[in-house]
Design a protein around this ligand. Structure first.
Ligand SMILES: C[S@@+](CC[C@H](N)C(=O)[O-])C[C@H]1O[C@@H](n2cnc3c(N)ncnc32)[C@H](O)[C@@H]1O
Length: 293
């Protein structure tokens, strides 16, 4: 009986919801077919973020939850100049180089324009920032969405940093129309442990995205909803959507991200196993936080 129940879950996780079935055929017309991959219950693509978003029809997405690359801090502190993602010999999509997304005001305007366009009426976006990019870019969100609040992600342990070592990042919650949260009791500080020595360099805990998705949709009641992450990296957001029972779609330029994420999603669907995060990032004794997701 247990095995049968597990197999049923696995079957359900494999199906695309009707919006994703439509999206799959639209994307295959606009982006090289080999770059679009159907995964259990969702779609991932290897593409530049703006190119991918521009291929998605208006009003197709219910929630965006994403963690864009933060190059601003490095550029402003003159610690680096950004980089090209990928090696010369693995030139990607149609032989073009993939450029890393730079968080400049121009790029943010283009990005937020597309995010608003692809979202349905009465939908929402969670957008992550570090302290510097929140100051420089956060205010632009108001031009496109109704900003409802900023959540502090408390990573529990201290990290690197000049003047006050960093223990936090920020998540802006904004809506297109009305999208109330599932409960009025969700706090604006989330204590979720950072990952150390994770398989993907900027990998975030899957619980961080479960907390986002679970603030907006009830678990197990969102099979017809589609969550988008256009910078999925290791796929923590997409796995969170799958765990929550939602449909999902995402893209990333990195070949490594595609390979790791594809394997991660398949393992979870087949064996209920997260091969990239073995431990919970929300141990009760550390967080003292009551989970709402
Ligand atoms: C901060 S990381 C996301 C990490 C992810 N949240 C996780 O938990 O693993 C940002 C991602 O954006 C991707 N990226 C950078 N430039 C991009 C572009 N132009 N289009 C799409 N993805 C891009 C990078 O490859 C990287 O995986």
């Amino acid at each position: 009986m247990k095995l049968q129940a597990a197999l049923k879950i696995s079957e359900e996780r494999r199906e695309l919801n009707p919006s994703l079935t439509e999206l799959l055929s639209v994307l295959k017309d606009q982006i090289p077919k080999k770059s679009i991959i159907e995964t259990p219950g969702g779609i991932i693509g290897r593409a530049d973020v703006l190119k991918f978003l521009r291929a998605i029809p208006d009003g197709s997405i219910d929630l965006i939850a994403t963690d864009p690359p933060y190059s601003g801090m490095n550029q402003h502190l003159l610690l680096g100049k950004g980089r090209i993602v990928g090696k010369y010999k693995d030139r990607g999509d149609g032989g073009k180089w993939f450029e890393e997304f730079h968080d400049t005001p121009e790029n943010y305007h283009a990005f937020l324009t597309e995010c608003r366009r692809v979202l349905k009426k009465d939908s929402a976006i969670f957008l992550m920032f570090d302290s510097y990019s929140l100051l420089t870019l956060g205010a632009f969100i108001r031009e496109f969405f109704d900003v409802k609040n900023i959540v502090v992600w408390d990573k529990v342990s201290i990290g690197m940093g000049h003047y006050f070592r960093r223990q936090s990042e920020f998540i802006v919650y904004a809506t297109k129309g009305k999208r109330p949260l599932v409960s009025r009791a969700i706090p604006d500080i989330w204590r979720i442990k950072r990952l150390v020595r994770s398989p993907y360099p900027t990998q975030k805990p899957v619980e961080l995205f479960q907390a986002m998705i679970g603030s907006v949709f009830e678990r197990g009641k969102c099979a017809n909803k589609t969550v988008l992450d256009p910078f999925f990296g290791s796929g923590s957001s997409l796995l969170a959507a799958m765990r929550h029972g939602c449909g999902y779609i995402g893209c990333d330029v990195s070949e490594k991200a595609i390979a790791l994420c594809k394997d991660r999603l398949k393992n979870f669907a087949d064996h209920d196993l997260d091969v990239m995060q073995s431990m919970s990032a929300v141990p009760e004794q550390v967080s003292g936080m009551k989970k709402w997701w």
